[in-house]
Design a protein around this ligand. Structure first.
Ligand code: GTP
Ligand code: ZN
Length: 198
């Protein structure tokens, strides 16, 4: 699909193909895809997948492209950024909060706060595992903002552990990725304490 045809905020997935596959799944579970309540389901699922995987066609360089020259040499932290992602093993959601901090470059390259939340969306809206989501965000910050240091902490509940398999609703997975000066014990513990206790 070319860029003009793709609706904003979507991946431009092959909707007819997803529709056909969903119809197959409905038949495979013993349902009747033609019964009233399910008639539009393949189409709805295709539309939803277009949103769930919108990050596949988004470029972090574009998101972090707007920077300001503000001389701030200390930690900038945006915490409790809610996100929904899709576990690549089971294609069910995992969701939770991301916390992102960085110490701007000596040139004071600072991005808009909303761009940090947009960056989470770019990587969350893909088939994912939590560890990769965490490192991709921190690496994008390092590449595009050239900060002195960066930290990303993600807390999430995985539906594949809650509603199936081991069935442990409420279990939280916490991952972190730390780069540059934030690896140093004192700055790291300052950031962690702000993340955990505000
Ligand atoms: N490390 C990591 N594991 C994940 C993530 N999301 C899901 N998983 C795990 O991926 C594993 C897949 O294990 P498999 O044994 O191949 O699949 P399974 O038989 O469905 O596993 P169970 O969930 O234990 O029933 C499971 O242990 C999941 O909990 C993630 O983001 N990171
Ligand atoms: Zn899973």
């Amino acid at each position: 699909m070319n860029e003009k045809q793709r609706q904003p905020g979507t991946a431009g997935v092959d909707r007819p193909r997803i529709q056909a596959a969903v119809r197959e799944i409905l038949e495979a579970i013993g349902e009747d895809p033609d019964r009233e309540g399910l008639q539009d389901t393949p189409q709805r699922v295709a539309k939803a997948y277009d949103e769930f995987f919108a990050g596949l066609v988004q470029d972090p360089a574009e998101v972090l492209g707007t920077t300001f020259d503000i001389s701030h040499e200390e930690l900038v932290l945006v915490k409790d950024i809610p996100f929904y992602s899709t576990c690549e093993h089971h294609l069910v959601p995992f969701h939770g909060s991301a916390h992102i901090g960085y110490i701007p470059s000596p040139e004071g390259l600072v991005t808009g706060l909303s761009k940090l939340a947009r960056l989470v969306e770019v990587y969350a809206r893909r088939p994912q595992v939590q560890e990769r989501l965490t490192t991709q965000i921190v690496e994008a910050l390092m590449t595009h903002l050239d900060p002195r240091g960066a930290i990303v902490v993600i807390e999430a509940e995985h539906m594949c552990m809650s509603m199936r398999g081991v069935r442990k609703p409420g279990a939280k997975t916490v991952t972190s990725a730390v780069r540059g000066q934030l690896r140093e014990a004192s700055t790291r513990s300052e950031a962690m304490s702000l993340i955990l206790h505000g």
